[in-house]
Ligand binder design. Structure first.
Ligand code: NAD
Length: 477
């Protein structure tokens, strides 16, 4: 298929073809290509390459490392149109969102590349004749696992974090949306990255993670995906005393106070919820709206949601593409049926569009009882749950009532409310009066079951380092 690249493994600076499983276009269920399955011997090659790559890369000057990484980002910027088309083909999101994801991935790579120049240690004041110096050293070869919802920017975060800190990496990207990672890796190859520093594999996720994590050469695990898988990988990493960065699921609350305009807030909410068809760990999901503006908010949310143009993401007029796979359709149908049976009202959407391609409309459910499954299980799709609350106390209590704690949102003009929300909402990322949850320069990650460790910002790079204290007693002359 034109515009869809060959999908290959990348080990020790060389591309390798292999047989594997088909990649499906979610807009029409056609086959785009084949994603290769790595064998044990491929994984052994990748491990040996990552060790050799680390030995080279850690000794490469930070300035040279930064130059190569920035060059890769520049190549990606030149290739954004082709990459965006491949992403829409394999993942479904509208082409403009695919472009933005790739450009945002470049922002992340570039920010990390320059921050890598500033991974300073420190000198601790001490008694005369002794100097305590804290060095920030790269932790070592990283095993990274990235998901299908952000085929380029999620791997980019992991690759940029590792490489900018002086680590090598074996990336196992999503088998369902492999082109984003292949094109990312190709840019690093073309930018002159030494062999072994970056390796890319695909295959059976459970087999690969259970093979790589115990290996003594692997020093850090980073995973983005579901909470159950994250817990099982963290457990395995714990058995081998490996640190982990876990970016897991969320069930983001949105607190809408009665001092904001319900219509403009509802319009912004439709844009925020429809991004990537809601298949985003920070997607706004549980809307808690103060009673006096509840009806207006819910009605205009439903009206704007019904007006969204849903279709093939390659058509630039479309505002929402298909869901990425048939599992998400099954999940949406089950959540909606369960919520309706418990008394929720469907204000917009509610059932699959057509039967070829995985299209599902932005669905607004109102007055959703707490015992509806979707109130406590992450929908990871285009479902918005709108419920009234009396006051800020009740809103905060409901926002904090689940074991998730990734992103949260609030809309208010009151500095007093904003201060309370900042202190009391149990999330890693709170956005007030907008829906942007993370940027290259800000730390991103969760609390509670949503994970630990941070990606992005200074904290993100520090996760790929160890602080080593060197205590040096001077020998008198
Ligand atoms: P899933 O739990 O089967 O897989 C989630 C991700 O983990 C996939 O990318 C998969 O390839 C990977 N994976 C699965 N088992 C693995 C293993 N043993 N070792 C390494 N990687 C493994 O679910 P799914 O149907 O693919 O996705 C649906 C759920 O996943 C959603 O409900 C959502 O909670 C979660 N998810 C979260 C994110 C995120 O950004 N945090 C991204 C994608 C999926």
């Amino acid at each position: 298929m034109t515009n869809y690249p060959d999908i290959e493994l990348y080990i020790d600076g060389r591309w390798k073809r292999a047989s594997g499983v088909p990649v499906i276009n979610p807009a029409d269920e056609s086959v785009l290509g084949t994603v290769p399955t790595a064998t044990k011997s491929d994984l052994d090659d990748a491990l040996a390459a990552a060790e050799r790559g680390f030995a080279i890369w850690r000794k490469t000057s930070p300035a040279k490392r930064s130059q190569i990484i920035l060059k890769a980002a520049g190549l990606i910027r030149q290739r954004v149109d082709d990459m965006a088309t491949a992403m829409t083909l394999e993942q479904g999101k509208p082409i403009e969102q695919a472009r933005l994801e790739i450009l945002r991935g470049c922002d992340i790579i570039e920010w990390d590349a320059t921050e890598g120049l500033r991974l300073y240690g420190r000198v601790i004041p001490s008694e005369e004749g002794i100097r305590h110096t804290v060095l920030r050293q790269p932790i070592g070869p990283v095993a990274a696992f990235s998901p299908w919802n952000f085929p380029m920017s999620s791997p980019a975060r992991k690759v940029a974090g590792a490489l900018s800190s002086g680590c090598s990496i074996i990336l196992k990207a999503s088998e369902e949306t492999p082109a984003g990672a292949v094109q990312l890796v190709r840019a690093f190859h073309d930018a002159g990255l030494p062999p072994g520093v970056l390796n890319l594999v695909f295959g059976n996720p459970a087999e690969i993670s259970s093979y790589l994590i115990p290996q003594s050469s692997i020093r850090l695990i980073t995973f983005t995906g579901s909470i159950p898988v994250g817990k099982s990988l963290a457990e395995m990493a714990g058995r081998y005393m490996k640190p982990v960065i876990m970016e897991l699921g969320g069930h983001a609350p949105v607190i809408v106070c009665d001092d904001v305009d319900p219509l403009t807030t509802a319009t912004a909410s439709v844009t925020g919820k429809s991004r990537n068809a809601g298949q985003v760990c920070v997607s706004p999901t549980r809307f808690f709206v103060q009673e006096s503006i509840y009806q207006k908010f819910a009605d205009s949310f439903a009206e704007k949601a019904s007006q969204l143009r849903v279709g093939n993401g390659l058509d630039p007029k479309m505002q929402m593409g298909p869901l990425a796979n048939s599992r998400r359709i099954d999940a949406m149908e089950a959540f909606v049926a369960d919520a309706k049976s418990k008394g929720a009202r469907v204000l917009a959407g509610g059932s699959r569009i057509g039967n070829r391609g995985y299209f599902f409309p932005l669905t607004v459910l109102a007055d959703v009882p707490d015992d509806a499954r979707v109130m406590s299980e992450e929908p990871f799709g285009p479902l918005a749950l709108v419920n009234p609350v009396r006051d800020l106390d009740e809103a905060i209590e409901k926002a904090n009532s689940l074991p998730y704690g990734l992103a949260g949102y609030a809309f208010t003009r009151s500095a007093g409310n904003a201060d309370r929300l900042a202190n009391e909402v149990e999330v890693g990322n709170l956005s007030i009066n907008h829906f942007v949850a993370s940027l290259a320069e800000t730390p991103f990650g969760g609390v509670k079951d949503s994970g630990y460790g941070r990606e992005g910002g200074t904290e993100g790079l520090q996760g790929y380092t160890v602080a080593k204290n060197v205590s040096h007693k001077m020998i008198p002359p």
